[in-house]
Design a protein around this ligand. Sequence first.
Ligand SMILES: NC(=O)C1=CN([C@@H]2O[C@H](COP(=O)(O)OP(=O)(O)OC[C@H]3O[C@@H](n4cnc5c(N)ncnc54)[C@H](OP(=O)(O)O)[C@@H]3O)[C@@H](O)[C@H]2O)[C@@H](O)CC1
Ligand SMILES: [K+]
Length: 236
Amino acid sequence: MALKTLSAKTAAALDKELMSTGAFSLDQLMELAGLSVSQVVYRVHPLNRGKRVLVAVGPGNNGGDGLVAARHLCQYGYQPSVYYPKRPKNDLYMRLAKQLEALDVPFVDDFPTALQSTDHVIDAIFGFSFSGEVREPFPAVIQAMAETKVPVTSVDAPSSWDIEAGPPESGVGSSFHPDVLISLTAPKPLVKHFRGRHFIGGRFVAPGIAKKYDFDIPAYEGIDQIVEVGPEGLKL
Ligand SMILES: NC(=O)C1=CN([C@@H]2O[C@H](COP(=O)(O)OP(=O)(O)OC[C@H]3O[C@@H](n4cnc5c(N)ncnc54)[C@H](OP(=O)(O)O)[C@@H]3O)[C@@H](O)[C@H]2O)[C@@H](O)CC1
Ligand SMILES: [K+]
C-alpha cells in the first residue's frame, strides 16, 4: 500500500499548524529536518565513498534545511561546501550561515565548477512552496544537477518539479532525476514519478496532527530520524 501524500497546500497548512497549535519554533523544525537530511546522506553515501558534499541552497526553508544538514555533515567528518546565491536578510538564515562559517565550511560562487570536484550533492533549492518556471540564477544549477554523474539527494522535492504533477514536460528540470529523495513528514504527490531511493524524515509529528492531516507516521527505529520506504512511497 502506498503511503498517503500531502499536497503543497496541505503541507503548508501542516507547517503552520506545527508552529501554532503544535508549539514548535521554525528553528526546531528546521534543525530536525536538516538532521534527518544529514542522516540520509550518511546512510546512502558513507564517509568511505568520499567526504566532499556540495549543498545547493535556495532562498526559503528548503534551503535552511540544507544549511543545517551541511553543519551536521561537517560534524560527522564530511567536507561540505555550500552554494547559496540568494541570501535573504532573515535572522535565522543569517545565523545558520554564520554557524557554517565558524566551522570553516566554504561558500562557493560557481556551482557547475564546484560540481566537478565533489562526491555527493544535496539539492536544497526548492521545496513545497515552489511553483512556476525556475527563475535566475537557478536554471543552470538545475541543469547541472540533471547532467552530473555525481549522486544527488533532493530535500522534500526534486527542485523544479511541480509538487503535484512531478517533472516538467520540457525545459529546465525535465531531465532532472535525483538518485535519492527525503520527503519531510510525508511524501508529496510528485513522488509517483520518482524512481530512486526514497526516505521519510522529520520525526517531530504528534499522532493527533498526522490524523488530522490524514497521513502516516512511518515506523522510525531506535534513534533514527529517517525511514527508507520503497518506490512511490510503498512501505518496504
Ligand atoms: N513541516 C515540514 O515538514 C517542514 C518543512 N521544512 C522545509 O520547508 C520547505 C518549504 O519552505 P518554504 O515554504 O519556505 O518554501 P521553499 O519551498 O523553500 O521555496 C520558497 C522560496 O523559493 C522561491 N521560489 C518559488 N518558486 C520559484 C521559482 N519558480 N523560481 C525561483 N524561486 C522560486 C520563493 O521565492 P518567492 O516566490 O518568494 O520570490 C521562496 O524564496 C519544505 O519543503 C521543507 O524543506 C522545514 O524547514 C521545517 C519543517
Ligand atoms: K529540493
